[in-house]
Design a protein around this ligand. Structure first.
Ligand code: GTP
Ligand code: MG
Length: 300
């Protein structure tokens, strides 16, 4: 029987304002960040990211002729503000993979350190988006290819860049991680990849997606085989006049509208409930659509 592969769940995490939502906006072709209150993310949100968009945002996939067996990604955006430790923990525990976003000009900040500990605790594989390279003094985009782009920067700018990422590698060492620029790494199970990028100029975005695809296919394949039983995590309960809604992520299996669900309650006993309305998130959108059945990974 053919094994069905679900989307890897990719959590985007890091310190406040380092550019998590902006990077996701660039991947989606959306502008969520500018609509947020104070430009600050206050809840976990999810985006179903189909193969078609992946190929569009990452022309390297078609060019390199790699055959993708993942059906896309389910991205999770998390808040970086100090107040949201709980949500970061929840986002971190859901992840098959994570993108840790670090502003290259700021390096490791308190919530970056917090996230590193969460990822370490959950043994979540992660890559680092070294964001805001466009803010490095004198930086100009020189080429579509990131490695070439970096090598073509004027000497003083390149030195500045080298200093920043080497300092970061040093700091990551103190957390017990070995890291390097992605194009210097041969064994991705031993070293954490740094992908310099900009959510403003889109530099490094195709390389970031390429890394996610490569790691997913190479190291997560077995973990991504779709199971039979539906399993999910509730992110939020909304009480409305017409009933209670839960916003959840289905991370394995298939669920139909006629199913019963069991929700663990605070006293440890499961609450059994019938589903009345089943709605799934639409690709690249925050809108939900009624469905008869849905398959992981997805947002409900
Ligand atoms: P929280 O969700 O509140 O933790 O923040 P965030 O990590 O999602 O950061 P957000 O995307 O809201 O970006 C914060 C600010 O940095 C915004 O003003 C963005 O426009 C800006 N920004 C993000 N990425 C870049 C980048 O690559 N270059 C530059 N110059 N600015 C960026
Ligand atoms: Mg945000």
């Amino acid at each position: 029987m053919e094994r069905k592969i679900r989307q890897p769940i990719v959590t985007v995490c890091g310190h406040v304002d380092h550019g998590k939502t902006s990077l996701l906006d660039k991947l989606r072709g959306s502008s969520v960040q500018s609509g947020e209150a104070g430009g600050i993310t206050q809840k976990i949100s999810f985006t179903l990211y189909p193969l078609k968009q992946l190929k569009k945002a990452c022309p390297l996939i078609e060019k390199s002729k790699v055959k993708l067996n993942i059906p896309g990604f389910l991205f999770i955006d998390t808040p970086g503000h100090a107040a949201f430790t709980n949500l970061r923990k929840r986002g971190g525990s859901l992840a098959d993979l994570a993108i840790l976003v670090i502003d290259i000009n700021e390096g490791i900040k308190p919530q970056t350190a917090e996230v590193i500990q969460i990822l370490k605790h959950n043994k979540t594989p992660f890559i680092i988006a070294l964001n805001k390279i466009d803010n490095i003094s004198g930086w100009r985009k020189k080429d579509d290819d990131l490695k070439k782009n970096i090598s073509l920067q004027p000497t003083n700018v390149k030195q500045n860049f080298d200093e920043k990422y080497l300092t970061l590698i040093g700091s990551l060492n103190s957390f017990g991680f070995d890291a390097d620029l992605f194009y210097n790494i041969s064994d991705f199970t031993k070293k954490i990849s740094l992908i310099p990028c900009s959510a403003k100029t889109k530099e490094g975005i195709p390389e970031l997606l390429m890394m996610l695809c490569g790691l997913s296919q190479k190291y997560l394949s077995d973990k991504l085989v779709l199971g039979k039983d539906a399993k999910g995590v509730i992110l939020e309960v909304k009480k409305e006049k017409t009933g209670n809604y839960v916003e959840a992520i289905l991370y394995d299996g298939e669920i139909t509208r006629k199913d019963e669900i069991a929700v663990s309650s605070f006293d440890g006993n499961p609450e059994i409930s019938r589903i009345r309305v089943l709605e799934e998130i639409e690709p690249l959108s925050f809108k939900f659509k009624p469905k008869e059945n849905v398959i992981a990974s997805t947002g409900l």
